[in-house]
Ligand binder design. Structure first.
Ligand SMILES: [Mg+2]
Length: 261
């Protein structure tokens, strides 16, 4: 069969994997991705998680296939070599330096931002390796208000942005996100956006859910409205099924539409 898709980029949590499902990666998605990889399609997991957490969840999900590439913390690229993942040193180093520079500019403002949040909300605000300010809000509603506040702050700092996923948020350099990381992988493996599919469910997926990155776009039924609207606007597929079930449906639809061409 002629494969319309040569590169598949899937978000992990909420798009492929749902902890409360059994199995967490549903069988239709396992079969579909397994078949695609067997035909030579390159599979990228494009996630906000770090690498150990992602690999641990893949083991626990009992899905034997492994992605060819992993994008972690929405920006760092790793390539599979046999059973391990090797970071792309040049991209990851450029990415790391850009973040060091921009975080050095804003670090002294972080206590003020944390105080603003802590005075108004029961939220966890902390610094980690990836951001001088990380947020875990108690609810999406709280996170919405805090997100607006952080967006206002970022609007005064060139190239600083907020990366939001449900109740979680962190700061990031605007040039490094799921979309730019996907574009870099595509460029280096020689695949065009016209041969790429991308699937996601939340705001941190928006940069890759664009036809400038991927011709085929998929959102599961649990995707937030902004994601569904963007995918629909670009003639993508919004499933009535959740998580990996919706992803599998979307991939089937792409195959079927290409058989009819
Ligand atoms: Mg997600």
């Amino acid at each position: 069969m002629h494969d319309p898709i040569k590169l598949l980029s899937t978000d992990f949590d909420g798009t492929l994997h749902e902890e409360s499902d059994e199995p967490p990666i549903p069988f239709p998605a396992q079969r579909m991705i397994g078949r695609m990889q067997a035909r030579g399609v390159i599979w990228v997991i494009n996630t906000g998680r770090d690498l150990p957490s992602l690999l641990d969840s893949l083991v626990r999900a009992r899905f034997p296939n492994r992605p060819d590439f992993v994008v972690t913390v929405e920006r760092e690229i790793h390539e599979r070599r046999d059973s391990t993942y090797i970071g792309w040193a040049d991209w990851n180093s450029r990415c790391g330096k850009a973040h060091e520079r921009i975080f050095a500019q804003v670090r002294s403002d972080m206590p003020r931002l944390a105080n603003w949040i802590n005075r108004r909300f029961e939220a966890k605000v902390y610094e980690d390796t990836y951001s001088p300010l990380c947020l875990i809000a108690q609810s999406s509603q709280d996170a919405d208000v805090i997100h607006d506040y952080l967006n206002d702050y970022c609007s005064n700092v060139p190239n600083l942005t907020v990366v939001r996923n449900h109740i979680y948020a962190r700061l990031s350099h605007a040039d490094y996100n799921k979309g730019s990381a996907l574009a870099e992988i595509a460029r280096r493996v020689g695949v065009t956006p016209g041969e790429t599919a991308a699937a996601g469910d939340h705001l941190n997926d928006l940069p890759m859910l664009s036809t400038t990155r991927a011709r085929w776009l998929i959102a599961p039924s649990n995707a937030v409205e902004q994601v569904k609207a963007l995918v629909r606007q670009q003639n993508g597929y919004v499933s009535d099924q959740p998580h990996g079930y919706g992803l599998a449906r979307g991939l089937e639809q792409i195959e079927m539409s290409c058989r009819c061409d």
